[in-house]
Write a protein that binds this ligand. Structure first.
Ligand SMILES: C[S@@+](CC[C@H](N)C(=O)[O-])C[C@H]1O[C@@H](n2cnc3c(N)ncnc32)[C@H](O)[C@@H]1O
Length: 186
């Protein structure tokens, strides 16, 4: 069901999501090391200023690809400025989406939805599109902020994903967060 009242994190608050302190408490490599490997094609949906996109670019390396997707051009511009002229520039592909359509045709091995699902107006549609974008046996990692998303609301998202056909494999512990990892079984 569509909920139009969701707050979308403003570009002006992007610095809160991309700083040295966060690297200490939510280190992308530590959080994602069991799921993101060299050569993979991965999707960072709701990438914001690219804290995880940049982290994953180092993990997939030059043989892989990170598709960084956001509905706000301002967030994508922040990533563009950060990676321009660096060695990861060619690993990260930027894509602007709509709030109800991701709209990429590439099939991916891994999807990260970090602190963004609660901002999505139609979660069923969103999760179904992710299901169609993932390769068979691909992985979806959802992380929500525990200070914004109640246990009940998080479980509703988990149940939605279950009913679409995802299988839960783990509920990792991440500071200030609620997290779940799914596999797409076909
Ligand atoms: C709180 S920020 C998190 C950014 C990033 N994932 C991180 O953890 O640093 C949420 C981001 O999701 C984006 N977003 C919200 N709804 C979206 C949607 N339906 N599709 C794609 N991106 C969305 C917002 O523009 C914002 O950049």
């Amino acid at each position: 069901m569509k909920d139009n009242n969701k707050h979308v994190c403003p570009v002006e608050e992007a610095n809160v999501l991309d700083n040295f302190f966060r690297k200490l408490v939510q280190n992308p490599k530590n959080i994602l090391k069991h799921y993101v490997k060299e050569g993979m094609t991965v999707l960072d949906i709701g990438c914001g200023p690219g804290f995880f996109s940049v982290g994953m670019a180092g993990m997939v390396s030059t043989s892989g690809k990170v598709i960084a997707v956001d509905l706000q051009q301002g967030m994508l511009d922040k990533i563009k400025n950060k990676i321009e002229g660096t060695e990861i520039e060619n690993i990260i592909e930027l894509h602007k989406c709509e709030d109800d359509r991701i709209g990429i045709s590439t099939k991916v091995d891994f999807v990260l939805a970090f602190y963004m699902v609660h901002e999505v107006p139609d979660k069923d549609k969103f999760l179904k599109e992710i299901y169609s974008i993932l390769k068979p046996d691909g992985t979806l990692f959802i992380v929500e902020p525990s200070f914004h998303v109640s246990k009940k609301a998080f479980e509703e998202t988990v149940n939605r994903a279950d009913s679409i056909g995802f299988s839960q494999i783990k509920k990792p512990k991440i500071i200030l967060s609620r997290a779940v990892v799914f596999i797409k079984h076909t």
